[in-house]
Design a protein around this ligand. Structure first.
Ligand code: AHG
Ligand code: MN
Ligand code: MN
Length: 333
């Protein structure tokens, strides 16, 4: 890279200078999450060497068999944010209930996290990620589940993800654009490599688990048929890409355009993905980049959580592609 690199810490510190006032403590919290992801990047990379591949023997509250790396990732994120004293409670895929961390005046945030997204990829050296969404406390005092945790995604003040791929990439928004950083492993710092990311309005890729095609609603099956028809004027057929890690599939859509969807199927009445720590944070990022995220019928950021591990159908990515999916759903008889 030419010129002086802008590290994540500098970017967060100078936010004010760029007219991007971050609420108090948010820079420190984002920095702590970045710290956790540096540790995790190493743990993921060394998992086969350190005996951390495979299952832990436990099952999490959403019914998934936990990988050892799920447990490690959860502990790593919790430790990092607990040390800041800025987080009152954490909602995590790997925790049955919310974990209260601190109730002093400084603990002004709620963190929702999927510590390790795509954990079916761990044992095959595939991409995985970490997702985070940050809410301001609704009120002082002890954490109240309804007021503090059962939120609408539109109340987030920051959100982002880390992708552990060939490089470790951290992407975040604090409500004024989307910024992507690549981990310079030699320096141990995240460096700004993707300034003010814009999601192309239309792409050429779609990502979905087509193994469930026959179980999807007719409108979605018709949409897939449409994508696979040849029409060079609209860039069809779209190519299929499916990593099996939402973060990785979404990252492609964010950079190159396209869409990801996980609708309801026979095994998943509300889809598979969890609202608070998968869909809402990524919806915030994608909207900030000019993209779109919905259940197919409602904007994700407007869905108020009814329980902390609630699932919702998701379609996310390029605005025009997501709109077209919604149109096919509406056209259903
Ligand atoms: P997690 O590993 O956090 O449970 O998330 C897995 C999610 C998501 O990342 C991925 O896109 C999807 O589940 C894959 O599900 P299928 O194997 O059903 O396609
Ligand atoms: Mn996940
Ligand atoms: Mn996970």
């Amino acid at each position: 890279m030419k010129g002086a690199a802008i590290t994540l810490d500098r970017h967060l510190r100078e936010a004010d200078g760029q007219g991007r006032d971050l609420p108090e403590g948010l820079a420190a919290l984002l920095s702590a999450l970045a710290g956790a992801s540096k540790i995790l990047a190493r743990q993921v990379r060394r998992a086969a060497l350190s005996g951390s591949l495979g299952y832990s023997g436990g099952v999490n509250v959403t019914g998934d068999s936990q990988k050892k790396l799920d447990v490690i990732a959860n502990e790593t994120v919790l430790e990092a944010v607990a040390s800041t004293g800025l987080v009152a409670a954490v909602v995590s895929e790997e925790l049955k209930g919310a974990k209260a961390l601190a109730d002093q005046g400084e603990a002004r945030y709620i963190l929702c996290t999927d510590p390790l997204d795509g954990s079916s990829n761990t044992d095959i050296n595939g991409a995985v990620g970490t997702i985070f969404g940050i809410y301001p406390r609704a009120a002082d005092g002890p954490v109240d589940e309804v007021r503090d945790l059962l939120r609408r995604g539109s109340e987030q003040i920051a959100a982002g993800y880390v992708m552990y791929g060939p490089a470790t990439v951290l992407v975040y928004t604090a409500g004024d654009g989307v910024f992507g950083f690549t981990l310079d492993e030699d320096a141990g710092t995240f460096v700004l490599t993707h300034d003010r990311i814009r999601c192309p309005s239309r792409g050429h890729y779609y990502s979905a688990n087509l193994g469930h095609l026959k179980e999807w609603r007719p409108g979605i099956r018709k949409f897939v048929e449409h994508l696979t028809e040849r029409d060079p004027s609209t860039g069809r057929p779209y190519s299929l890409r499916y990593v099996g890690a939402l973060v990785a599939d979404l990252h492609r859509g964010l950079i190159e355009g396209g869409l990801y969807f996980y609708p309801a199927d026979e095994g998943h009445a509300n889809g598979k993905l969890r609202l608070l720590y998968e869909c809402a944070p990524l919806a915030f990022v994608v909207e900030q980049a000019g993209g779109r995220a919905s259940t197919g019928a409602q904007r994700i950021l407007e869905v108020r959580a009814e329980s902390i591990h609630q699932r919702v159908p998701l379609v996310i990515g390029s605005a025009l592609d997501v709109e077209l999916y919604e149109t096919f759903m509406r056209r259903e008889p």
